[in-house]
Design a protein around this ligand. Structure first.
Ligand SMILES: *Cc1c(COP(=O)(O)O)cnc(C)c1O
Length: 440
């Protein structure tokens, strides 16, 4: 098959057109119990009350092995509440990996903090602990860690650094719910973790975010931030500084969840771990097949040390075009689509510092860019050191939900066949675009 003519030039495809795509890739899954839970919420008009949400928070926190859980109407707000929870405010600096979805970062500016972008490690697309020292200043208050694409960040090194310098750690677990680093659950390393559970994530509930922590002050501050109906004496019991401000949301935002989402979340908790174990089995098999293929390097963990790739959300593979005569991502993907029907994309999330909003945008009309509004140094100068992250080249790979080796092999053969024939795809004007997306 691999030696036959490329499908893009009229040869036979590696993956037949009638492949059961829904079975292989369909997500999220729904079952009768989820449907019943949703119908119950809408029939009782319980969408805007909180009794289901409060149960979900308890169950989710228990699953996360954390004391407290708070649900929010989306992941972005849960991350903002986590930043407020640890006390991030005007003039503080927060270190954030530059290659991530915008919601890991932009909320920090809303709170008046300055973002110092760190490089990501090309081997895992997560914050590079070796770049932390460069980012540090006396104003550094926190590090935001993103377990990107399901890959756990190097939490031992990051937490040691944070401890040494008395800095807080926030984990953004939006890509990696249920994952582990060296046997310990992601979301239990930092002072607080927050994450999106929106429809496309591996833990998929619709619009929903959740924050977990063991710290009572962080819990109370994060709750008071946007859960105005719980900003009262029964819930805010210990944090004296919050007490004069009962009954109104301190962030001026409403965080309450549509209980359709938390009702789904309660059902998902029952078999989520099982579902993502199958995803890992399938994805590991695909990566095994890609091992040693010219032009590619897998991005995954060695599971022997107790780490894993969680639900392998939005999986990527490193692309090394120099090994394929400089073949552009665009050309590769075009040929791959002809072989497999899979429409991939290149570049994963763009580096955030390359967007004007993180450079010149003056959201409060003060005459000063929001990113440095209260800063005592122009942190944008530090962005010059981010070239290594800008140069990282990746391609997406199919996100298999079920372990069906015969199909997984067909897709891997698609990659291998294009690699075997790469010379036929080269032309004089190779496009050297790194690719990248701001969001899906
Ligand atoms: C999806 C996502 C978010 C934002 O969550 P929403 O629920 O969409 O608001 C935050 N961080 C990362 C890394 C994400 O992928």
């Amino acid at each position: 098959m691999i030696n036959e003519k490329l499908a893009i030039f009229g040869g036979p495809r590696c993956v037949p057109e009638d492949v059961p795509e829904q079975e292989l890739f369909g997500w999220p899954y729904i079952n009768k119990e989820i449907e019943d839970a949703v119908l119950d919420v809408i029939r009782r008009n319980a969408m805007s009350s909180t009794e289901i949400t409060v149960e979900f928070e308890k169950e989710f926190a228990a699953w996360q092995q954390r004391k407290y859980g708070i649900a929010y109407c989306n992941g972005t707000l849960s991350l903002q509440a986590a930043m407020f929870g640890i006390g991030l405010g005007a003039g503080d600096e927060i270190i954030i990996p530059t290659k991530t979805y915008w919601a890991s970062a932009i909320s920090a500016m809303t709170l008046g903090a300055s973002i110092v972008f760190a490089n990501v490690d090309p081997n895992n697309l997560c914050l590079d602990p070796n770049d932390l020292e460069r980012c540090l200043s006396p104003r550094t208050k926190a590090i935001m860690v993103v377990h990107y694409g399901g890959h756990p960040a190097e939490m031992d090194k990051i937490c040691n650094f944070a401890k040494k310098h008395n800095i807080k750690v926030i984990e953004d677990v939006s890509h990696a719910q249920g994952g582990k680093f060296k046997g310990k659950m992601l979301g239990t390393f930092g002072d607080v973790a927050a994450m999106s559970l929106m429809s496309w994530k591996s833990f998929s509930c619709g619009e929903l975010g959740v924050l977990v922590t063991d710290d009572r002050t962080i819990y109370e501050r994060s709750l008071a931030y946007s859960h105005y109906e719980r900003n009262k004496p029964e819930f805010i019991t210990e944090t004296e500084e919050l007490k004069p401000f009962y009954h109104l949301p301190l962030g001026g935002m409403k965080g309450r969840v549509n209980q359709v989402s938390t009702a789904i979340g309660r059902v998902r908790l029952k078999d989520y771990d099982e579902k993502i174990a199958e995803i890992r089995k399938a994805m590991n098999y695909f990566c095994d097949l890609m091992e040693g293929v010219k032009g590619f390097r897998n991005i995954r963990v060695d599971e022997k040390d107790g780490s894993d790739m969680a639900g392998w959300y939005s999986p990527n593979i490193l692309y090394i075009p120099e090994e394929l005569g400089g073949l552009s991502e665009e050309k590769f993907l075009e040929a791959l689509k002809a072989e497999t029907g899979y429409s991939g994309y290149s570049g994963a999330n763009n580096c955030l510092h390359t967007h004007n909003m993180l450079q010149d945008y003056d959201g409060l009309h003060t005459g000063k860019p929001s990113r440095i509004l209260f800063a005592d140094r122009d942190v944008r100068e530090l962005d010059k050191a981010l070239e290594p992250s800008e140069k990282i080249r990746t391609l997406s790979i199919p996100w298999f939900k079920v372990y069906k080796p015969e199909y997984i092999e067909m897709y891997a053969n698609g990659y291998k066949k294009v690699v075997a024939h790469y010379r036929e795809l080269l032309d004089e004007n190779q496009d050297s675009d790194v690719g990248g997306i701001w969001h899906h």
